[in-house]
Design a protein around this ligand. Structure first.
Ligand code: PLP
Length: 289
């Protein structure tokens, strides 16, 4: 049984990390006036840990810094954050269980201008059914055009913010429709991403994903998946996909830290084509990272 680990990163008014201290995650730690709690004003990363190894640590840190820039937060001291993540995983000392590390930076207690930061390591739930049996997915209109990141950067599409109430609402809508997960589509009919995953589709022998400049998060798991299939000689592409292309793909997966990849077995209630040879091989490669 993994004991959750909490490390608090105390900042100064210039946004520098002044100390990293272990705290009891069962005790209250956050001020009720913290802008994370009152406004969802902050950023996060979820890093998967398999066999005691924090996966895709550098891509996660790079994306953390990008989210901070997009929200005009102080630039995170990546050496301090990297050190805290590795220390948290080391304290958890569990190479058997798959873990998640939540890495969180908020704008801090309102009025202070001092960010709040913490690293929380805990055992992830089981992903066995999603990985092995697949997931039922519905498409939902995100309500934005695919050029929203360019036209309206204040909507923060492509930043990993703490404002995930909409993402969670979309998952409840999926459950109401008898599904497990969601793929968002833009108002102009372009496939975007899941509420916490990246879409990968096999189309005409090419693994395709949505380009991050369409306001989707650059997926670290999708990045590792592409690197692995490319190393096996397969072709990959970042290009906009229409819903019709997704529906007729040879296979579709949702990729994310923790769950790694889950094959899509139905899309809006219609049975999807599968590539059963690919899923176990790529899952094993992702777990072995
Ligand atoms: N897209 C969104 C909106 C996400 O929240 C996530 C991860 O939680 C992803 C994509 C997948 O990113 P990663 O593979 O780095 O976990």
């Amino acid at each position: 049984m993994t004991h959750p680990v909490l490390l608090l990163l105390t900042h100064d008014a210039d946004g520098r990390v002044v100390s990293v201290d272990e705290r009891d995650p069962r005790e209250p730690q956050l001020s009720v006036a913290d802008l994370a709690a009152t406004r969802g004003d902050g950023i996060f990363e979820s890093v998967g840990v398999v066999g005691g190894r924090a996966q895709a640590l550098e891509p996660h840190l790079t994306r953390f810094a990008k989210s901070a820039r997009m929200l005009d937060l102080p630039s995170p001291d990546l050496d301090a954050w990297r050190g805290a993540i590795l220390r948290g995983v080391e304290i958890a000392a569990d190479t058997e269980t798959e873990l998640l590390v939540k890495v969180i930076l908020t704008r801090g207690v309102e009025g202070t201008g001092v960010p709040t930061g913490w690293v929380h390591v805990f055992a992830s739930g089981s992903y066995r059914a999603a990985r092995d049996e697949g997931i039922r997915v519905v498409t939902l209109d995100r309500g934005y055009r695919s050029d929203v990141a360019e036209t309206s950067p204040w909507l923060l599409q492509g930043a990993k913010t703490l404002s995930y109430a909409v993402n969670l609402a979309s998952l409840r809508e999926a459950a109401r429709r008898g599904a497990d997960d969601v793929i968002f589509v833009s108002t102009d009919g372009i496939v975007l991403e899941g509420p916490n995953s990246t879409v990968i589709a096999l189309i005409d022998g090419v693994y395709v994903t949505t380009p991050p400049d369409l306001g989707v998060l650059e997926g670290t798991t999708q990045g590792a998946f592409f690197a692995h299939v490319e190393s096996q000689g397969a072709s990959t592409a970042y290009r906009p996909m229409t819903l019709a292309e997704l529906q007729s793909a040879s296979a579709v997966w949702l990729a994310s830290s923790g769950r790694q990849i889950a094959p899509v077995i139905t899309l809006d209630g219609v049975v999807m084509a599968q590539d059963p040879a690919v899923t176990p091989v790529e899952l094993a490669a992702l777990l072995a990272r």
